[in-house]
Design a protein around this ligand. Sequence first.
Ligand SMILES: *Cc1c(COP(=O)(O)O)cnc(C)c1O
Length: 455
Amino acid sequence: MTEYTKIMLDESDIPTQWYNIIPDLPSPPPPPLHPGTHEPIGPDDLAPLFPMDLIGQEVSQERYIDIPGEVLDVYRLWRPTPMFRARRLEKLLDTPAKIFYKYEGVSPAGSHKPNTSVPQAYYNAKQGVKKLTTETGAGQWGSALAFACAQFGLECEVWQVRASYDQKPDRKTMMEVWGATVHPSPSEVTEAGRQILALDPDSPGSLGIAISEAVMQAAPDPDTKYALGSVLNHVLMHQTVIGEEALKQMEKVGEMPDLLIGCTGGGSNFGGLSFPFLREKLAGKINPTIRCVEPASCPSLTKGEYRYDFGDTIGLTPLVKMHTLGHDFIPDPIHAGGLRYHGMAPLVSHIYELGMLEAEAIHQSECFDGAVKFARTEGILPAPEPTHAVAATIREAVRCRESGEEKTILMALCGHGHFDLRSYKAYLAGELSDYEYPTEKVAAAMERVPVISEA
Ligand SMILES: *Cc1c(COP(=O)(O)O)cnc(C)c1O
């Protein structure tokens, strides 16, 4: 095999179907419940928030769903995305491990998020919806949705978590360039925001609060729907284009990973890369270990309880069974804004409970230490979220150096950090602090999680 660094595919290799892992699992994930009756919800309960095509995908039992031509046309702007062999990082670490990474930072918004914002905007526009509302933590999802709405002529209204709104004004400008309206959250615009501000006028906000605001704005207006950038089944499914391409790229160079690593906030970039590999594993064709990495200060998988909880802070969403730290838990202001979410995707949570995934939690100083090593060798500045995957990859590569094991590692590099330079600045100035796991705050939040008796 010739020396390769970048593994490219042709435009004709863009997947034409999304992969739904649910029919391949030994059991389906438990159903979402109505917040009032605690009965499983039906499509009608979701109709005020989502268009019918997406509701159909959310509950689909089909293994494959065709990607509409209009969506593929937009995907072609940046897909297929490159895969790299991290030869320079391997050399720095003096490891016998082979490190590959699949890079989603080449999308217009700079992350994997447009893989789902584009189909979400498309299906809403197709149904005649005029406006989408959403939340954004680090600004990545808000920008991805603003871009997608511009493609399909929809208005876009975004609630950006206050801490990030203040720290990342450039993300706000980016959303505005694509035509979106951006509010800091908590805001005075919604009843949910006003409730939070009455309790704490200086609230830094959280993804859970911003979700409450965006949902509250969309639900009563027939022309407006809501879009979520992670967590839901259809979102994880849209992201499987990452893993389908990655399988082809590994095959192209005659390799297969022994270990997959991805960061998990709500679970979508991780699910997107890993589910097609898990399909091959369940079929007995390959046998990789699959590992999630989360922040030590917001560790929903490794420390959260697996139980029904709300997706938002106020309690407007259906109850979903997931690993949770409590819906009104407000995580410490780590720089990886996209990983500051109290819960984990029900699908990732379920597969973790089935014993098919591993998880580990890492502090942000180790993550940025790894990211700077990565940038100085591979060139790309990772977004703060995937610095967790970078740090976990480096941990593993160092273990391989010590044991002499020649493992093949595939890492999800889901976005670049060009709008997150303040966090790198803090790291370089030695001002990045680690936050210990907030045992008491989580315990208090868990007390307020509803008790559901399950049959
Ligand atoms: C949103 C985001 C995340 C966290 O969301 P997941 O659904 O867990 O992928 C991670 N990385 C980047 C770059 C993001 O934009």
